[in-house]
Design a binder for this molecule. Structure first.
Ligand code: NAP
Length: 370
């Protein structure tokens, strides 16, 4: 078996670089079935995959020929068309993350493609099914990814493969942050602090669909425009020193009920000053330490709640995907892909995901999607 990255190794909001993207969402595959041209059958023993042989900078991501994994009982083999790039994969690659996978390994949990083969006892999926992955046994930065049936979800025809690659980690994180950790309820006000990236755009869509009043922030004009287009009622510039005052003013002085926070080491102290009574801050991302005044929490009966998606219990995980799958199907959720790279350019994608100026999701494309 090649590199294994169990879910328990994914992001927990440690050192968090920023992501940048711009460019066009490629929607053309939305209803396109798997193409047969140029594809090598999976039974052909080898495939291209990104491999990491030593921890380090983006340059350690190498495209190699490796054995194609074969599905065992309860497993499916997915021919990847598009692969989602998450910030946590850069921390793991750098070797600075709490978990270090055994070298060499293939990165990645998120992606979308077509079921190629299924294990003997698999009834839920069949070859030819369009799917997205949320976790993987063998790593998704590859032409084929081995997954358990629980790690694979149907990809509706209205969602392109590139969009499918933007679902797994970002949407699950946004859903859990808002509703399972943040207890966000219809009618409440939520601040998506960092609304321009993968998790933030998902959070805006989910919160708006649930009937919340949604505030979003971004560091660029494009990011703020994007957040507004995804459903934010009001947008703010998180680089503006007075944006906390602006947000407080927008609530009429009452404060926000829930904050989903992408950069807690910068914002947590001041987040506590703009919470309403019994408000909640959910820490999704953080890059380091921060000083807070506990009295700000005391005065509001406020909660600071951390979350790491690998901690999600199986029942909550099932709820998340039940909700996401219906939202994708009925068009409520529409993942935003801002920038695409060929699989071979995974290193450039890792550089891009570290830059400011986020615009939705960064995705890798494989030969299958050409
Ligand atoms: P991303 O696509 O790179 O987006 C990063 C977001 O952070 C952008 O919206 C960016 O806005 C924003 N940001 C930058 N400076 C900010 C500031 N001062 N205040 C508020 N927001 C700021 O990353 P992502 O995939 O959405 O993930 C977001 C963070 O959550 C990452 O750090 C990631 O590691 C973490 N995460 C944690 C979990 C978990 O389980 N806890 C799961 C997934 C992700 P601009 O670029 O417009 O400035």
């Amino acid at each position: 078996m090649i590199g294994i990255i169990p879910l328990s190794l994914m992001a927990s909001g440690q050192t968090e670089p920023q992501q940048t993207t711009q460019g066009q969402t490629k929607e053309s595959q939305a209803t396109t079935p798997a193409k047969e041209t140029k594809m090598r059958p999976a039974q052909e023993q080898s495939m291209k995959a990104i491999r990491v042989h030593k921890f380090g900078g983006p340059e350690v991501l190498r495209l190699e020929e490796v054995p194609t994994p074969q599905p065992g009982p309860g497993q499916v083999l997915v021919r990847m068309h598009a692969v989602g790039v998450n910030p946590v994969e850069t921390y793991i690659r750098a070797g600075t993350y709490a978990y270090k996978p055994t070298l060499p390994y293939t990165p990645g949990n998120d992606g979308a493609g077509v079921v190629e083969q299924v294990g003997t006892d698999v009834n839920e999926f069949k070859p030819g099914d369009r799917v997205y992955t949320a976790r993987s046994v063998s790593g998704t930065y590859a032409e084929f990814a081995l997954c358990t049936t629980e790690q694979v979800h149907p990809l509706p025809a209205n969602i392109s493969f590139a969009q499918g690659a933007a679902i797994g980690t970002p949407y699950a994180t946004a859903y859990r942050g808002l509703f399972q950790r943040g207890d966000a309820k219809p009618g409440e006000t939520v601040l998506v602090h960092g609304a321009s990236g993968g998790v933030g755009t998902a959070a805006v869509q989910l919160a708006r669909a649930r009937g919340l009043r949604v505030f979003g922030t971004a560091g660029s004009d494009e990011g703020r425009k994007l957040a507004r287009e995804q459903g934010a009622h009001e947008v703010f510039d998180h680089r503006a020193p007075d944006h906390f005052e602006q947000i407080m003013k927008a609530t009429g002085g009452r404060g926000v009920d829930v904050i989903v926070e992408m950069l807690a080491n910068v914002n947590l102290g001041r987040d506590l000053t703009i919470l309403a009574k019994r408000g909640r801050v959910v820490i999704i991302g953080s890059r380091g330490r921060v000083e807070i005044d506990p009295r700000d929490a005391m005065q509001r009966d406020a909660d600071v709640r951390g979350m790491a998606i690998p901690n999600t219990p199986p029942a909550d995980w099932a709820s998340i995907h039940a909700a996401l799958d219906v939202g994708l199907e009925n068009g409520t959720l529409h993942p935003v892909v801002g920038k695409e790279f060929p699989l071979a350019e995974a290193a450039q994608a890792h550089r891009a995901v570290m830059e400011p100026g986020a615009f939705g999701k960064i995705v890798l494309r494989t030969e299958a999607d050409k």
